[in-house]
Design a protein around this ligand. Structure first.
Ligand SMILES: Cc1cc2nc3c(=O)[nH]c(=O)nc-3n(C[C@H](O)[C@H](O)[C@H](O)COP(=O)(O)OP(=O)(O)OC[C@H]3O[C@@H](n4cnc5c(N)ncnc54)[C@H](O)[C@@H]3O)c2cc1C
Length: 494
């Protein structure tokens, strides 16, 4: 394990069986789907592609995280109609498809009027999952998928890489090791893990109280169930899209389930006017919330901001990403109405400050909040929900840590994998073999919206073009694109 480059003889000496495959995608989530879909559309046969994943269906982890953060199948996601993860062309968008399926023109009309006369159309989660299943089936996902856990990706002395994989047994357990000997690798392992705010993490470590202090991305249904049974005080932290959805769930339960929940929303910073220095680069903010339809302005995905970011390096690039993004939520009228009503009726209270102490008290938790004015507020709560969306660092993922320690990979200013404009992981080249990465693990690179459906497609297209330049497959030309779209539309397997 301490040898950075392995030879075929090393693997043979450890009696690890070798399977040859030209291309491996590690992860098997939405990023892998975007990558494999693009390569299949570009004409690469399924036999040349291997997906190594602990999942059977590409949307499984996404669905798990969305369900936990209170976005069930019938609720709407954040991205727009044309962010179609199942269709690299983005047309027909989810709005037109919903209009046809429900025989209701409203969603289709909405995309013509958005965002001036109406809010942006956003698809229902269930529609996205169904579309992913259909596309995965069409491109032969099952044939390419090998279930199990990837342990290590190492450079091979003779060029290319070894991907060490422990396959899942019939009972779901993992056994043994297999070395996939491949020419190119794509790493799309999603979030390395979720992390709590340090004060909450310290409380959890000390008191082992995982029932009352919960992370919004982890299962916490018991909080809502308890709040439906008895009056509860729930503290929520965070002012992003997940906090919005959790507040909606708590207030819906008050409105529809007669819950008597008091919500205390704790803000660390409290924007209450336009955010951003430049007149052309501002987002509105009101009562602690910064509003923006998507995590970044649309021009960051395909317009002038994408071009601008590609020209920047290091800290300057990192700063532009922060200026474009930051903590923000979507400006939805129903959310604003609920919070204004909660504020007026007193069941939704906002506090600005930091938690200076937190300890168990009877059946709840006692918190002390240090306010900016110097005043100290004490609060008895039943639950604390951390919706700050903190992602763990890449070193917490075994494969990524190993890539930094032994694979030649480096970290960018945001502490993620340092990638080129074509998503090549810098420093990991192995002979003519290339390693690419996509998803949140590349945030801080030359593209801002990496952790989005559109960003995963963008990365996949750049990687496919780069692979073609390196002799693996060919670029998708207009004729191929048109014929492949036709096949997609008719659901013809490729
Ligand atoms: C709640 C939520 C809502 C979101 N909503 C939107 C939205 O509306 N629009 C949008 O565009 N984007 C949205 N995103 C962002 C983004 O599109 C998703 O996070 C997307 O799933 C990212 O794809 P991925 O492949 O990077 O990660 P994932 O889809 O999570 O896939 C990574 C997979 O790799 C597997 N894996 C990790 N390590 C190993 C290993 N060692 N061996 C084998 N397998 C491994 C994981 O189990 C996981 O299944 C949302 C994200 C979240 C969390």
């Amino acid at each position: 394990m301490q040898t950075p480059v392995w030879s075929d003889v090393d693997i043979a000496q450890h009696q690890i069986p070798i399977i040859d495959t030209p291309f491996v995608s590690v992860g098997g989530g939405m990023g892998s789907l975007a990558m494999i879909d693009t390569l299949r559309i570009a004409g690469i046969p399924a036999e040349s592609l291997t997906v190594l994943s602990d999942l059977g269906v590409p949307s499984q982890t996404y669905e798990y995280l969305a369900n936990n953060s209170q976005i069930p199948r019938e609720e709407r996601l954040r991205s727009d109609s044309s962010s179609t993860i199942d269709c690299i062309w983005g047309w027909p968008g989810y709005a037109l498809r919903e209009a046809i399926a429900k025989r209701d023109p409203k969603p289709a009309i909405q995309v013509f009027a958005e965002p001036i006369l109406t809010e942006y159309f956003t698809p229902q989660a269930g529609q996205v999952y169904e579309s992913v299943r259909r596309e995965a089936q069409r491109i032969g996902w099952e044939r390419m998928l090998r279930r199990g856990v990837v342990r290590t990706v190492r450079r091979r002395r003779e060029g290319g890489y070894f991907v060490i994989h422990t396959p899942s047994g019939e009972t779901g357990t993992t056994q043994g090791r297999i070395a996939y000997r491949c020419h190119h690798v794509h790493v799309a392992v999603g979030y390395p893990g979720v992390r709590m705010l340090p004060d909450l993490q310290a409380y959890l470590t000390k008191h082992n109280d995982y029932a009352r202090v919960v992370n919004a991305y982890q299962p916490h249904l018991h909080v809502y169930e308890e709040a439906l049974k008895r009056p509860c005080t729930i503290v929520i932290r965070g002012a992003g899209i997940v906090a919005s959805r959790i507040l909606q769930r708590l207030i819906d339960d008050r409105d529809l389930g007669n819950a008597n929940t008091r919500i205390v929303h704790l803000f660390r910073s409290y924007p209450d006017g336009p955010q951003g220095e430049s007149l052309t680069f501002r987002r509105p903010a009101r009562r602690g919330w910064a509003y923006q339809a998507f995590n970044y302005p649309k021009a960051a995905w395909g317009g002038q901001l994408r071009v601008q970011l590609e020209q920047l390096e290091g800290e300057e690039r990192s700063k532009l990403i922060d200026d474009m993004g930051g903590t923000n939520t979507a400006p939805r009228a129903d959310w604003k109405e609920q919070l204004d009503r909660g504020n007026a009726e007193g069941f939704y209270q906002q506090l600005v400050g930091t938690l200076s102490s937190i300890q168990p008290s009877g059946n709840g938790i006692e918190t002390t909040i240090q306010q900016p004015s110097g005043a100290v507020a004490t609060l008895e709560a039943d639950f604390i929900i951390d919706a700050t969306g903190l992602e763990a660092g890449i070193e917490e993922h075994r494969v990524l840590r190993d890539l930094v320690d032994y694979g030649g990979a480096q970290k960018n200013p945001k502490g993620r994998l340092d990638v080129e404009r074509d998503f090549l992981v810098r420093g990991t080249e192995s002979g003519t073999g290339r390693m690419y990465a996509s998803g949140s693990i590349t945030l801080g690179g030359y593209y801002a919206g990496v952790d989005s459906f559109l960003g995963l497609h963008y990365a996949a297209l750049r990687i496919a073009d780069s692979l073609a330049e390196n002799g693996f497959g060919s670029k998708i030309g207009p004729v191929r694109s048109a014929t492949q779209w036709w096949k997609w539309a008719r659901n013809i397997p490729i």
